[in-house]
Each structure stands twice: as structure tokens, then as C-alpha cells.
Design a protein around this ligand. Structure first.
Ligand SMILES: [Zn+2]
Length: 358
């Protein structure tokens, strides 16, 4: 019986193909392995109120700031700058006739700065367009235009608070909402507050962002409101209030916490005004006495966190996410014992309260 001619086995066929088309070459697409990228560092200038009333200009790198990569009318990619302000923004192709970066004043889902309270548009600018990009092109320093630079100073300052927020979630709190700040360069009397129940945004204007304490204080109102599940106590006698002056126990609590938050975040125990004048959170004979003084509440919080609470505010932040307090006294005497594990109200903790006259 004649032998039938056998068809080549599958293995032989594969071998033949492998010989014809060496590894990878047969089915590799155009090289995405070496995409066209723009690399650089984002910087902004701001006047530094923390340095004193002369407010010297300072240059900083913009951490965790959003970027978009564009070619013509196509958005190729989005991302955020690294902690040192650097970015490497890559398209999907190996070359582009033109590429540019667009920077909106935002940091992912965490925070954004919008131009006004109705339009909710972000401050935005484009880098110079780079042509005939192949591989990685270094564009060096990209500087935020001066007229909108305070928006990036705000984003950067809020990043300092986010780093201190306590916990490891990718959100501010379990509400997981974005912090919106309204800011424009024109000065306004209707600014410098958290617009609770309105836009629920922090409203800033003009030179206010020169002070990181001011930015953090107002963000602190929003943060407390978030931790408390969209609630803040009714604050009596709180229209005008000062670090060293008597207002009311509720006002001292809702203003003292943000004062402490700003000092804690910056490691700078003062309240610094936008003009660079500052009040140390360290009472002297001119301070009012009692538990209706916000600076005393702030100082006691800072000392509790630094001492008996083990050097961090984390336990207080965790407590605030399930216990609302209307006054410092309620926070200390009623709510601290409900923390898990309980926060001390005796010994060193009681001494702190005594020292601050609360
Ligand atoms: Zn306030």
C-alpha cells in the first residue's frame, strides 16, 4: 500500500514560520515601545506671606498638578506631575508633527481651582508647541503665567494638607468629594470663607493665596464639614473673629480647628494673614481668656496632638469622622473617650487643657 503523503505536522509548520519570520518581527506593530514624549518640570511663582510683610517672591515646583498632552485637536494623554514637579507625557505613536501640554488648575479628583463661582471653569494655559517630536523631548521648565500662578499655589498648598489627611484612602474623607476653590486675581470683599450651603466651595480672591495659612484655614472649614458628614455646628457671634479674641465656644471650635489645621500642616504655629502679618499661637497678656477664644482652642489641639496623642492628629481625624462636636469642651470631655482606642482626658491631656485656660 503506497504511503500516503502526509501533510506537514503543526509543529513543522510552526518551525517553518519561525524560520521565515524571526521572533517578534512577524506580528509586531509599529514601535509603541519608543513613544514620543514631552518631559519637563512645572513651576510657579508666588509672593510668600509666610516670610513676612515684605512678601518676597518665591519659586516652587508644582506637585501632583494635572497635565494634558495634545497634538493638534487630539488629546493624547493625561496625568499628574510628580512630587518634584516633573512630568513625562507620552503619546501612543513614535512621532508627532506637533505636541503641546495643557495645564488645568486641578489635582485629579482631589482639588480644583475655578475662576468664578458660576462658570466653574478652571484656570488653564498651554505650553509652547513643539514640532517634529520623535522619542523623548525635554522641554525644560514650564512656568505658570504670573496672572494665574496663585491657582497653582492653592493646588500645591492643598496637597500639603492631603499628605497629612490621615488614613491611606485615595480620597480626602469617606465622602470622597473634590475640594473646589474659587479664586480670581481681582480683590473682593466677598471672599475669604467656606461657602457652606451655597457652592460648598472655598471662596478666595486677590492676594489671599499668598498666605498658605489662609488657604489651609479655609480648606479646614471644608475638611471639618466633610469629616462631619456635611455638617458644622451653628457658630454664635462668629461674623468677625480673631485668633486672640473672645467670640463664643461654638465659634472658637469651628475657627480654632482650622487654625490648628493650618499650623499643623505647615509645621508653623502661627496664623499668617494675606499681608504677611502674623499672630503666634502662643498667648500673651493681651489675649482674652476662656473657652470662647479660638487661638486657645487651636493651641490646645496642637499640644494634644504633639504630646498625649503621640505626635499626630490622626486619632482626632478618625474620631471626627464619626463624632460631631459643637465645642472644644464637647470634643475633649464627651467625644475623646469614644475614640477607638479612647483618647486620654486625664494626666498630660488634662494639663494641656488647663494650660490653655479651657
Ligand atoms: Zn474661618
Amino acid at each position: 500500500m503506497p504511503r500516503r503523503r502526509r501533510r506537514p505536522s503543526a509543529m513543522a509548520a510552526a518551525l517553518a514560520l519561525a524560520l521565515l519570520f524571526p521572533a517578534g518581527a512577524a506580528c509586531a506593530r509599529k514601535p509603541a515601545a519608543d513613544p514620543a514624549c514631552l518631559a519637563g518640570v512645572l513651576k510657579f511663582e508666588h509672593r510668600d506671606a509666610e516670610a513676612g510683610p515684605e512678601k518676597p517672591w518665591a519659586t516652587e515646583t508644582a506637585s501632583a498638578a494635572d497635565w494634558e498632552l495634545w497634538s493638534g485637536t487630539s488629546q493624547l494623554a493625561t496625568g499628574r506631575t510628580d512630587a518634584d514637579g516633573t512630568f513625562v507625557a507620552c503619546g501612543g505613536e513614535s512621532s508627532y508633527a506637533d505636541m503641546r501640554l495643557r495645564f488645568p488648575s486641578a489635582s485629579g479628583d482631589l482639588s480644583e481651582v475655578v475662576t468664578d463661582r458660576t462658570k466653574r471653569a478652571r484656570h488653564t494655559f498651554d505650553s509652547a508647541t513643539v514640532t517634529d517630536v520623535v522619542g523623548r523631548r525635554d522641554v525644560g521648565v514650564v512656568e505658570v503665567p504670573k496672572k494665574m500662578a496663585s491657582a497653582w499655589h492653592i493646588i500645591d498648598t492643598l496637597g500639603l494638607l492631603y499628605a497629612k489627611r490621615a488614613g491611606t484612602s485615595s480620597c480626602w474623607t469617606r465622602q470622597c468629594e473634590r475640594l473646589t476653590v474659587v479664586w480670581g486675581p481681582a480683590p473682593s470683599d466677598d471672599a475669604g470663607y467656606f461657602d457652606q450651603g451655597g457652592t460648598d466651595a472655598v471662596i478666595l480672591a486677590g492676594d489671599m493665596p499668598d498666605s498658605e495659612h489662609v488657604v489651609l484655614h479655609e480648606a479646614g472649614h471644608w475638611f471639618q464639614w466633610e469629616l462631619y458628614g456635611h455638617w458644622l455646628p451653628e457658630a454664635d457671634n462668629c461674623q468677625v473673629h480673631f485668633v486672640e479674641s473672645r467670640s463664643s465656644p461654638t465659634c472658637a471650635w469651628v475657627e480654632g480647628f482650622p487654625d490648628a489645621l493650618a499650623a499643623y500642616t505647615l509645621g508653623d504655629r502661627r496664623f499668617v494673614h494675606e499681608d504677611g502679618n502674623a499672630v503666634a499661637i502662643d498667648p500673651d497678656a493681651s489675649w482674652d481668656t476662656g473657652d470662647a477664644v479660638q487661638g486657645r482652642v487651636a493651641g490646645a489641639l496642637l499640644d494634644l496632638w504633639a504630646g498625649p496623642d503621640g505626635g499626630t492628629w490622626d486619632a482626632t481625624i478618625a474620631l471626627m469622622s464619626h463624632e460631631r462636636s459643637s465645642t472644644f469642651d464637647e470634643y475633649f470631655a464627651v467625644d475623646r473617650p469614644t475614640a477607638d482606642p479612647p483618647l486620654s482626658t486625664t494626666g498630660e491631656a488634662a494639663e494641656v487643657v488647663e494650660e490653655w485656660g479651657l
